[in-house]
Design a protein around this ligand. Structure first.
Ligand code: ZN
Length: 172
């Protein structure tokens, strides 16, 4: 007897976030939908979005690994901007901070960037508040452009990091 596949459903919009992508782009298990929903709601509220002004999110379908059974989702854009663009903005701020002469100036640049960069903020919320899959012998299943600098898996390979330069992957 073949094991039954879990039933999958499109990840629904929440109270403070709206999913712009076609429903088929994030077909997930109930368990992943619940976990993502909880964390996305927290991200949106922390970033001052609301029911009247929800943040827009865009997913694209993945094909390998956990995606095949609806246990993973790939987030490509936050508030109309691609994760690659958020990362580029981040890198430019790091550059500017590195060139800044005074410590206070450096700190101010990065404080502003952490407050205003929604891609980074989403990554950190997923990292700090999400309970993601950790298969035996594998790292926590949260990958994105910030994984090497922020963790949780700082030893991420160049190949895997490149594969996640433009989106955030989570699995549950
Ligand atoms: Zn993925």
């Amino acid at each position: 007897m073949t094991p039954e596949l879990p039933s999958l459903a499109p990840l629904p919009s929440g109270r403070t976030y709206h999913i712009d992508s076609p429903p088929a782009n994030a077909l997930v298990t109930r368990e992943l939908a619940d976990e993502l929903g909880r964390v996305l709601e927290r991200f949106a509220r922390d970033a001052a979005f609301s029911e009247r002004n929800p943040v827009r999110l865009f997913f694209k379908p993945g094909v390998v690994g956990h995606h095949q059974v609806g246990r993973a989702a790939d987030l490509y854009a936050v508030d109309g901007r691609g994760l690659d663009q958020w990362k580029q903005r981040w890198d430019e701020s790091v550059e500017r901070a590195t060139r800044a002469g005074r410590t206070e100036e450096r700190e101010a640049i990065m404080r502003n960037e952490r407050a205003g960069n929604l891609g980074w903020r989403l990554y950190k919320t997923l990292q700090l508040h999400g309970r993601w899959a950790r298969p035996a012998g594998y790292p926590v299943q949260l990958f994105g452009p910030w994984t090497r600098t922020e963790g949780p898996w700082r030893r991420i390979s160049d190949r895997l990091l490149r594969a996640h330069r433009d989106h955030l992957h989570v699995a549950r």
